[in-house]
Design a protein around this ligand. Structure first.
Ligand code: ADP
Ligand code: TPP
Ligand code: MG
Length: 393
Protein backbone atom coordinates (compact mmCIF):
# COMPACT_ATOMS: atom_id res chain seq x y z
CA UNK A 1 0.00 0.00 0.00
CA UNK A 2 2.80 2.35 0.89
CA UNK A 3 4.13 2.74 -2.64
CA UNK A 4 0.64 3.35 -3.97
CA UNK A 5 0.06 5.99 -1.37
CA UNK A 6 3.33 7.66 -2.31
CA UNK A 7 2.62 7.45 -6.03
CA UNK A 8 -0.89 8.77 -5.69
CA UNK A 9 0.40 12.19 -4.82
CA UNK A 10 2.95 12.41 -7.65
CA UNK A 11 2.96 13.51 -11.26
CA UNK A 12 3.54 9.95 -12.40
CA UNK A 13 -0.08 9.22 -11.71
CA UNK A 14 -1.37 12.56 -12.87
CA UNK A 15 0.37 12.43 -16.24
CA UNK A 16 -1.06 8.97 -16.75
CA UNK A 17 -4.56 10.32 -16.45
CA UNK A 18 -6.02 11.52 -19.71
CA UNK A 19 -9.39 12.06 -21.26
CA UNK A 20 -10.44 10.22 -24.39
CA UNK A 21 -12.51 11.60 -27.26
CA UNK A 22 -15.67 10.99 -25.28
CA UNK A 23 -14.56 13.21 -22.48
CA UNK A 24 -14.18 10.27 -20.11
CA UNK A 25 -11.38 10.24 -17.66
CA UNK A 26 -9.09 7.32 -18.30
CA UNK A 27 -7.05 6.31 -15.31
CA UNK A 28 -4.04 4.14 -15.65
CA UNK A 29 -4.16 0.77 -14.04
CA UNK A 30 -2.36 1.66 -10.81
CA UNK A 31 -4.30 4.84 -10.28
CA UNK A 32 -7.53 2.94 -10.87
CA UNK A 33 -6.66 0.26 -8.34
CA UNK A 34 -5.73 2.98 -5.88
CA UNK A 35 -9.01 4.74 -6.46
CA UNK A 36 -11.08 1.56 -6.08
CA UNK A 37 -9.42 0.28 -2.93
CA UNK A 38 -7.75 3.17 -1.08
CA UNK A 39 -8.82 3.74 2.49
CA UNK A 40 -11.59 1.13 2.34
CA UNK A 41 -10.28 -1.03 5.17
CA UNK A 42 -8.12 0.43 7.96
CA UNK A 43 -4.66 -1.14 8.19
CA UNK A 44 -5.29 -1.84 11.86
CA UNK A 45 -8.37 -3.88 11.03
CA UNK A 46 -6.56 -5.78 8.27
CA UNK A 47 -3.85 -6.55 10.83
CA UNK A 48 -6.46 -8.39 12.92
CA UNK A 49 -7.02 -10.56 9.87
CA UNK A 50 -3.32 -11.43 9.89
CA UNK A 51 -2.47 -9.06 7.02
CA UNK A 52 1.18 -7.99 7.24
CA UNK A 53 1.23 -6.45 3.75
CA UNK A 54 -1.91 -5.72 1.73
CA UNK A 55 -2.55 -4.24 -1.70
CA UNK A 56 0.44 -2.76 -3.53
CA UNK A 57 3.31 -5.23 -3.82
CA UNK A 58 3.90 -8.39 -5.84
CA UNK A 59 1.97 -10.46 -3.31
CA UNK A 60 0.15 -9.88 -0.07
CA UNK A 61 1.83 -11.21 3.08
CA UNK A 62 -0.44 -12.77 5.69
CA UNK A 63 -0.01 -14.78 8.83
CA UNK A 64 -2.63 -16.76 10.71
CA UNK A 65 -5.31 -14.26 11.85
CA UNK A 66 -5.63 -13.32 15.53
CA UNK A 67 -8.89 -15.24 15.88
CA UNK A 68 -7.18 -18.48 14.83
CA UNK A 69 -3.67 -18.03 16.21
CA UNK A 70 -3.04 -19.40 19.67
CA UNK A 71 -6.29 -21.33 19.87
CA UNK A 72 -5.21 -24.79 18.75
CA UNK A 73 -4.42 -25.99 15.26
CA UNK A 74 -6.23 -24.42 12.29
CA UNK A 75 -6.21 -25.10 8.57
CA UNK A 76 -6.63 -22.82 5.56
CA UNK A 77 -9.59 -23.07 3.18
CA UNK A 78 -8.98 -21.78 -0.38
CA UNK A 79 -11.56 -21.25 -3.12
CA UNK A 80 -12.20 -19.21 -6.27
CA UNK A 81 -15.41 -18.37 -8.14
CA UNK A 82 -15.92 -16.36 -11.31
CA UNK A 83 -18.76 -14.15 -12.55
CA UNK A 84 -19.08 -13.37 -16.26
CA UNK A 85 -21.32 -10.67 -17.73
CA UNK A 86 -24.11 -12.32 -19.82
CA UNK A 87 -23.62 -15.66 -17.94
CA UNK A 88 -24.02 -14.66 -14.28
CA UNK A 89 -25.52 -11.21 -14.72
CA UNK A 90 -26.31 -8.50 -17.19
CA UNK A 91 -26.93 -4.81 -16.70
CA UNK A 92 -30.67 -5.24 -16.62
CA UNK A 93 -30.60 -7.78 -13.78
CA UNK A 94 -27.85 -6.33 -11.58
CA UNK A 95 -26.31 -2.97 -10.75
CA UNK A 96 -22.53 -2.58 -10.52
CA UNK A 97 -22.81 -2.60 -6.71
CA UNK A 98 -24.77 -5.87 -6.84
CA UNK A 99 -22.13 -7.57 -9.02
CA UNK A 100 -19.36 -6.58 -6.59
CA UNK A 101 -21.36 -7.76 -3.59
CA UNK A 102 -22.40 -11.08 -5.13
CA UNK A 103 -18.95 -11.89 -6.55
CA UNK A 104 -17.56 -11.94 -3.00
CA UNK A 105 -20.70 -13.44 -1.43
CA UNK A 106 -20.56 -16.51 -3.72
CA UNK A 107 -17.03 -17.17 -2.45
CA UNK A 108 -17.89 -16.55 1.20
CA UNK A 109 -20.62 -19.14 0.69
CA UNK A 110 -18.03 -21.78 -0.29
CA UNK A 111 -16.15 -21.10 2.96
CA UNK A 112 -19.44 -21.34 4.89
CA UNK A 113 -20.08 -24.70 3.21
CA UNK A 114 -16.96 -26.11 4.91
CA UNK A 115 -17.96 -24.70 8.30
CA UNK A 116 -15.15 -22.13 8.06
CA UNK A 117 -14.59 -18.45 8.74
CA UNK A 118 -13.86 -16.27 5.68
CA UNK A 119 -10.64 -14.26 6.02
CA UNK A 120 -9.06 -12.78 2.84
CA UNK A 121 -9.97 -12.06 -0.76
CA UNK A 122 -8.07 -11.47 -4.01
CA UNK A 123 -10.14 -9.75 -6.69
CA UNK A 124 -9.43 -10.15 -10.41
CA UNK A 125 -11.36 -7.86 -12.76
CA UNK A 126 -11.31 -7.76 -16.56
CA UNK A 127 -12.96 -4.49 -17.45
CA UNK A 128 -14.45 -3.50 -20.83
CA UNK A 129 -12.55 -0.56 -22.30
CA UNK A 130 -15.79 1.39 -22.62
CA UNK A 131 -16.45 1.33 -18.85
CA UNK A 132 -16.36 4.68 -17.07
CA UNK A 133 -14.13 4.59 -13.96
CA UNK A 134 -17.18 5.49 -11.88
CA UNK A 135 -18.79 2.15 -12.67
CA UNK A 136 -15.88 0.17 -11.21
CA UNK A 137 -15.91 2.39 -8.12
CA UNK A 138 -19.51 1.35 -7.65
CA UNK A 139 -18.55 -2.30 -8.15
CA UNK A 140 -16.05 -1.87 -5.30
CA UNK A 141 -18.65 -0.12 -3.12
CA UNK A 142 -20.69 -3.34 -3.32
CA UNK A 143 -17.72 -5.65 -2.91
CA UNK A 144 -16.46 -3.83 0.18
CA UNK A 145 -19.98 -3.78 1.65
CA UNK A 146 -19.93 -7.59 1.52
CA UNK A 147 -16.33 -7.66 2.82
CA UNK A 148 -17.36 -5.56 5.80
CA UNK A 149 -20.43 -7.67 6.50
CA UNK A 150 -18.42 -10.91 6.57
CA UNK A 151 -15.12 -9.56 7.93
CA UNK A 152 -13.07 -10.30 4.80
CA UNK A 153 -9.80 -8.43 4.23
CA UNK A 154 -9.30 -7.52 0.56
CA UNK A 155 -5.56 -8.02 0.08
CA UNK A 156 -4.96 -7.89 -3.67
CA UNK A 157 -6.12 -8.85 -7.12
CA UNK A 158 -5.48 -8.28 -10.79
CA UNK A 159 -6.73 -5.84 -13.40
CA UNK A 160 -6.92 -6.30 -17.17
CA UNK A 161 -9.01 -4.95 -20.00
CA UNK A 162 -11.64 -7.11 -21.63
CA UNK A 163 -12.78 -6.79 -25.26
CA UNK A 164 -16.45 -6.66 -24.39
CA UNK A 165 -17.74 -8.01 -21.10
CA UNK A 166 -16.93 -7.60 -17.42
CA UNK A 167 -15.37 -10.74 -15.89
CA UNK A 168 -14.75 -10.98 -12.15
CA UNK A 169 -12.89 -13.79 -10.38
CA UNK A 170 -12.61 -13.66 -6.60
CA UNK A 171 -10.32 -15.94 -4.61
CA UNK A 172 -10.99 -16.33 -0.89
CA UNK A 173 -9.22 -17.82 2.06
CA UNK A 174 -10.89 -19.01 5.20
CA UNK A 175 -9.84 -20.79 8.37
CA UNK A 176 -11.24 -23.85 10.10
CA UNK A 177 -10.27 -25.91 13.15
CA UNK A 178 -7.81 -28.60 12.01
CA UNK A 179 -9.49 -31.66 10.48
CA UNK A 180 -12.97 -30.36 11.28
CA UNK A 181 -13.95 -28.99 7.83
CA UNK A 182 -17.35 -30.41 6.89
CA UNK A 183 -17.04 -32.23 3.58
CA UNK A 184 -19.60 -33.33 1.01
CA UNK A 185 -18.71 -36.96 1.62
CA UNK A 186 -19.79 -37.51 5.25
CA UNK A 187 -23.55 -38.19 4.88
CA UNK A 188 -24.72 -41.46 6.46
CA UNK A 189 -27.93 -43.46 6.22
CA UNK A 190 -30.30 -42.23 8.95
CA UNK A 191 -29.06 -38.60 8.83
CA UNK A 192 -31.55 -35.74 8.68
CA UNK A 193 -31.24 -33.49 5.59
CA UNK A 194 -31.58 -29.73 6.15
CA UNK A 195 -31.22 -26.32 4.48
CA UNK A 196 -30.36 -22.99 6.11
CA UNK A 197 -32.74 -20.78 4.15
CA UNK A 198 -35.60 -20.70 1.66
CA UNK A 199 -35.08 -22.12 -1.84
CA UNK A 200 -35.87 -20.78 -5.29
CA UNK A 201 -36.11 -17.09 -4.41
CA UNK A 202 -33.08 -16.04 -6.44
CA UNK A 203 -34.30 -17.87 -9.56
CA UNK A 204 -37.75 -16.30 -9.17
CA UNK A 205 -36.09 -12.89 -8.77
CA UNK A 206 -34.10 -13.51 -11.94
CA UNK A 207 -37.29 -14.54 -13.75
CA UNK A 208 -38.97 -11.32 -12.63
CA UNK A 209 -36.00 -9.21 -13.76
CA UNK A 210 -35.67 -10.91 -17.14
CA UNK A 211 -39.43 -10.79 -17.77
CA UNK A 212 -39.36 -7.15 -16.84
CA UNK A 213 -36.48 -6.55 -19.22
CA UNK A 214 -38.16 -8.33 -22.12
CA UNK A 215 -40.81 -5.66 -21.90
CA UNK A 216 -43.55 -7.88 -20.45
CA UNK A 217 -43.95 -5.65 -17.44
CA UNK A 218 -41.23 -3.03 -17.76
CA UNK A 219 -40.02 -3.31 -14.14
CA UNK A 220 -36.33 -4.21 -14.53
CA UNK A 221 -33.40 -1.93 -15.08
CA UNK A 222 -34.66 -1.72 -18.67
CA UNK A 223 -32.75 0.37 -21.12
CA UNK A 224 -29.56 -0.18 -19.20
CA UNK A 225 -28.01 -2.86 -21.39
CA UNK A 226 -25.03 -1.44 -23.19
CA UNK A 227 -25.73 1.99 -21.77
CA UNK A 228 -22.63 3.61 -20.32
CA UNK A 229 -24.06 4.50 -16.96
CA UNK A 230 -27.27 4.07 -15.04
CA UNK A 231 -28.95 6.99 -13.47
CA UNK A 232 -29.53 6.10 -9.83
CA UNK A 233 -33.14 7.09 -10.45
CA UNK A 234 -33.63 4.14 -12.84
CA UNK A 235 -32.45 1.69 -10.19
CA UNK A 236 -34.66 3.34 -7.56
CA UNK A 237 -37.66 3.22 -9.89
CA UNK A 238 -37.06 -0.46 -10.64
CA UNK A 239 -36.82 -1.19 -6.90
CA UNK A 240 -40.13 0.58 -6.30
CA UNK A 241 -41.81 -1.41 -9.08
CA UNK A 242 -40.51 -4.68 -7.59
CA UNK A 243 -41.84 -3.62 -4.19
CA UNK A 244 -45.25 -2.87 -5.67
CA UNK A 245 -45.32 -6.23 -7.46
CA UNK A 246 -44.41 -8.10 -4.24
CA UNK A 247 -41.20 -9.26 -5.93
CA UNK A 248 -38.77 -7.18 -3.81
CA UNK A 249 -37.67 -10.11 -1.57
CA UNK A 250 -37.04 -12.21 -4.70
CA UNK A 251 -35.01 -9.50 -6.40
CA UNK A 252 -33.06 -8.94 -3.18
CA UNK A 253 -32.32 -12.67 -2.91
CA UNK A 254 -30.97 -12.64 -6.46
CA UNK A 255 -28.84 -9.53 -6.11
CA UNK A 256 -27.68 -9.73 -2.49
CA UNK A 257 -27.40 -13.37 -1.40
CA UNK A 258 -26.59 -13.77 2.31
CA UNK A 259 -24.18 -16.69 2.74
CA UNK A 260 -24.76 -18.83 5.84
CA UNK A 261 -21.42 -18.36 7.62
CA UNK A 262 -22.90 -18.31 11.14
CA UNK A 263 -25.00 -21.40 10.37
CA UNK A 264 -21.91 -23.24 9.11
CA UNK A 265 -19.92 -22.31 12.23
CA UNK A 266 -22.70 -23.38 14.62
CA UNK A 267 -23.27 -26.65 12.77
CA UNK A 268 -19.56 -27.44 12.82
CA UNK A 269 -19.28 -26.68 16.51
CA UNK A 270 -22.19 -29.02 17.38
CA UNK A 271 -20.06 -31.88 16.05
CA UNK A 272 -23.11 -33.70 14.63
CA UNK A 273 -23.13 -32.21 11.13
CA UNK A 274 -21.80 -34.82 8.70
CA UNK A 275 -21.97 -33.19 5.27
CA UNK A 276 -22.42 -29.70 3.82
CA UNK A 277 -22.64 -28.04 0.40
CA UNK A 278 -23.79 -24.60 -0.69
CA UNK A 279 -26.63 -24.17 -3.14
CA UNK A 280 -25.21 -22.43 -6.22
CA UNK A 281 -26.51 -24.63 -9.03
CA UNK A 282 -29.83 -25.66 -7.43
CA UNK A 283 -30.86 -27.80 -4.43
CA UNK A 284 -31.34 -30.92 -6.59
CA UNK A 285 -27.88 -30.67 -8.09
CA UNK A 286 -26.24 -30.01 -4.69
CA UNK A 287 -28.16 -32.90 -3.06
CA UNK A 288 -26.89 -35.11 -5.88
CA UNK A 289 -23.33 -33.97 -5.10
CA UNK A 290 -23.81 -34.96 -1.45
CA UNK A 291 -25.35 -38.30 -2.44
CA UNK A 292 -22.57 -39.18 -4.88
CA UNK A 293 -19.72 -38.01 -2.64
CA UNK A 294 -21.16 -39.97 0.32
CA UNK A 295 -22.49 -43.03 -1.54
CA UNK A 296 -26.02 -42.65 -0.16
CA UNK A 297 -29.57 -42.02 -1.32
CA UNK A 298 -31.27 -38.74 -0.32
CA UNK A 299 -35.05 -38.50 0.07
CA UNK A 300 -36.49 -34.96 0.13
CA UNK A 301 -39.98 -34.36 1.55
CA UNK A 302 -41.83 -32.08 -0.84
CA UNK A 303 -44.06 -30.67 1.92
CA UNK A 304 -41.02 -29.84 4.07
CA UNK A 305 -39.21 -27.75 1.44
CA UNK A 306 -39.19 -24.11 2.61
CA UNK A 307 -41.14 -21.98 0.19
CA UNK A 308 -41.57 -18.29 0.92
CA UNK A 309 -44.90 -16.55 0.51
CA UNK A 310 -43.43 -14.15 -2.04
CA UNK A 311 -42.13 -17.07 -4.11
CA UNK A 312 -45.50 -18.85 -4.02
CA UNK A 313 -47.49 -15.78 -5.03
CA UNK A 314 -45.08 -14.69 -7.77
CA UNK A 315 -44.93 -18.24 -9.19
CA UNK A 316 -48.74 -18.40 -9.23
CA UNK A 317 -48.95 -15.02 -10.96
CA UNK A 318 -46.71 -16.16 -13.83
CA UNK A 319 -47.98 -19.75 -13.99
CA UNK A 320 -44.71 -21.44 -12.95
CA UNK A 321 -44.50 -24.43 -10.58
CA UNK A 322 -42.47 -23.01 -7.65
CA UNK A 323 -40.86 -26.44 -7.19
CA UNK A 324 -39.03 -25.90 -10.47
CA UNK A 325 -37.21 -22.89 -9.01
CA UNK A 326 -36.78 -24.46 -5.57
CA UNK A 327 -35.07 -27.59 -6.90
CA UNK A 328 -33.37 -26.46 -10.10
CA UNK A 329 -33.09 -22.66 -9.92
CA UNK A 330 -29.80 -22.10 -8.10
CA UNK A 331 -27.88 -19.12 -6.66
CA UNK A 332 -29.66 -19.49 -3.30
CA UNK A 333 -26.31 -19.54 -1.47
CA UNK A 334 -27.87 -21.28 1.53
CA UNK A 335 -26.34 -24.47 2.92
CA UNK A 336 -27.73 -27.94 2.31
CA UNK A 337 -26.38 -30.70 4.51
CA UNK A 338 -26.98 -33.75 6.64
CA UNK A 339 -26.60 -34.36 10.37
CA UNK A 340 -27.29 -36.88 13.09
CA UNK A 341 -31.10 -36.88 13.20
CA UNK A 342 -31.11 -37.12 17.02
CA UNK A 343 -29.53 -33.66 17.19
CA UNK A 344 -31.67 -32.04 14.45
CA UNK A 345 -34.33 -30.53 16.77
CA UNK A 346 -31.71 -29.11 19.15
CA UNK A 347 -29.73 -27.71 16.20
CA UNK A 348 -32.88 -26.09 14.85
CA UNK A 349 -33.61 -24.47 18.23
CA UNK A 350 -30.07 -23.19 18.57
CA UNK A 351 -29.97 -21.71 15.05
CA UNK A 352 -33.52 -20.32 15.11
CA UNK A 353 -32.77 -18.86 18.57
CA UNK A 354 -30.03 -16.82 16.92
CA UNK A 355 -32.29 -15.72 14.09
CA UNK A 356 -30.82 -18.23 11.62
CA UNK A 357 -33.22 -20.28 9.50
CA UNK A 358 -32.98 -24.08 9.66
CA UNK A 359 -35.40 -26.38 7.90
CA UNK A 360 -35.38 -30.15 8.01
CA UNK A 361 -36.19 -31.24 4.45
CA UNK A 362 -35.63 -34.99 4.27
CA UNK A 363 -33.52 -37.95 5.23
CA UNK A 364 -30.63 -40.07 4.10
CA UNK A 365 -31.08 -43.74 3.22
CA UNK A 366 -28.82 -46.55 2.20
CA UNK A 367 -28.74 -47.27 -1.51
CA UNK A 368 -27.39 -46.30 -4.90
CA UNK A 369 -26.45 -42.60 -4.97
CA UNK A 370 -29.52 -40.67 -5.99
CA UNK A 371 -32.11 -38.08 -4.95
CA UNK A 372 -35.82 -38.73 -4.49
CA UNK A 373 -38.84 -36.56 -3.75
CA UNK A 374 -41.57 -37.98 -1.52
CA UNK A 375 -44.99 -36.42 -1.15
CA UNK A 376 -45.57 -37.27 2.48
CA UNK A 377 -44.93 -40.09 4.88
CA UNK A 378 -46.09 -42.59 2.23
CA UNK A 379 -43.76 -44.75 0.20
CA UNK A 380 -44.54 -42.99 -3.09
CA UNK A 381 -41.50 -41.17 -4.38
CA UNK A 382 -40.29 -39.75 -7.68
CA UNK A 383 -36.71 -39.60 -8.90
CA UNK A 384 -35.18 -36.11 -8.86
CA UNK A 385 -33.05 -35.71 -11.99
CA UNK A 386 -29.44 -34.57 -11.70
CA UNK A 387 -30.32 -31.25 -13.27
CA UNK A 388 -29.38 -27.71 -12.35
CA UNK A 389 -27.50 -24.83 -13.84
CA UNK A 390 -25.02 -26.23 -16.36
CA UNK A 391 -22.55 -23.92 -18.07
CA UNK A 392 -22.16 -26.16 -21.11
CA UNK A 393 -25.76 -27.03 -21.96
N1 ADP B 1 -10.68 -25.21 -13.84
C1 ADP B 1 -10.50 -25.86 -12.70
N2 ADP B 1 -9.28 -26.33 -12.35
C2 ADP B 1 -9.10 -26.99 -11.19
N3 ADP B 1 -10.06 -27.24 -10.31
C3 ADP B 1 -11.31 -26.82 -10.60
C4 ADP B 1 -11.59 -26.11 -11.79
N4 ADP B 1 -12.90 -25.82 -11.80
C5 ADP B 1 -13.43 -26.31 -10.66
N5 ADP B 1 -12.47 -26.91 -9.91
C6 ADP B 1 -12.65 -27.62 -8.63
O1 ADP B 1 -13.68 -28.58 -8.78
C7 ADP B 1 -14.50 -28.69 -7.61
C8 ADP B 1 -15.96 -28.45 -7.94
O2 ADP B 1 -16.14 -27.14 -8.43
P1 ADP B 1 -17.56 -26.42 -8.46
O3 ADP B 1 -18.57 -27.39 -8.96
O4 ADP B 1 -17.40 -25.13 -9.18
O5 ADP B 1 -17.80 -26.19 -6.92
P2 ADP B 1 -18.76 -25.06 -6.33
O6 ADP B 1 -20.14 -25.39 -6.82
O7 ADP B 1 -18.62 -25.17 -4.84
O8 ADP B 1 -18.24 -23.75 -6.86
C9 ADP B 1 -13.91 -27.70 -6.62
O9 ADP B 1 -12.99 -28.40 -5.80
C10 ADP B 1 -13.15 -26.72 -7.50
O10 ADP B 1 -12.06 -26.12 -6.81
C1 TPP C 1 -28.36 -13.02 -16.86
C2 TPP C 1 -28.36 -14.31 -16.07
N1 TPP C 1 -28.70 -15.47 -16.68
C3 TPP C 1 -28.70 -16.63 -15.97
C4 TPP C 1 -28.38 -16.65 -14.64
C5 TPP C 1 -28.46 -17.95 -13.83
N2 TPP C 1 -27.20 -18.53 -13.45
C6 TPP C 1 -26.02 -18.17 -13.95
S1 TPP C 1 -24.72 -19.01 -13.27
C7 TPP C 1 -25.75 -19.92 -12.28
C8 TPP C 1 -25.24 -21.00 -11.36
C9 TPP C 1 -24.19 -20.56 -10.38
O1 TPP C 1 -22.99 -20.18 -10.99
P1 TPP C 1 -21.68 -21.10 -11.01
O2 TPP C 1 -20.60 -20.37 -11.68
O3 TPP C 1 -22.03 -22.45 -11.58
O4 TPP C 1 -21.42 -21.21 -9.46
P2 TPP C 1 -20.54 -22.30 -8.67
O5 TPP C 1 -21.31 -23.60 -8.74
O6 TPP C 1 -19.21 -22.40 -9.34
O7 TPP C 1 -20.47 -21.74 -7.29
C10 TPP C 1 -27.08 -19.55 -12.49
C11 TPP C 1 -28.25 -20.16 -11.82
C12 TPP C 1 -28.03 -15.42 -14.05
N3 TPP C 1 -27.68 -15.31 -12.74
N4 TPP C 1 -28.04 -14.27 -14.78
MG1 MG D 1 -17.29 -22.99 -8.77
Amino acid sequence: MAWLRELAGTDIIRTNQRTDGWGRLKLDEFASIHKWTKGRQPEQWQRSRGVVLGIGDDTAVVELPEAAAGSGAWQWLLAVDTMVETVHFNWTTMTEEDVGYKALAANVSDIAAMGGLPQHALVSVSVPRSFEPQRMSRFYDGLYACAEQYGVAVVGGDTTSSPQHLVVAVTVTGTVEADRAVRRSGARAGDAVFVTGPLGMSAAGLHYLLAADSGASGHGLSGRSGSPDVPAAAAAEAAEAAEAAGAAPLVRAHRRPQPSVRAGRLLLSRGTCRSLNDVSDGAASEAWELAEASGVSIVLREDWLPRSGSLASYAASVGVDPLEWMLYGGEDYVLIGTMDKHDADAAKSELNGQGIPFYRIGEVEEGEPGVWLSEGTGKKRTAVPKRGYNHFE
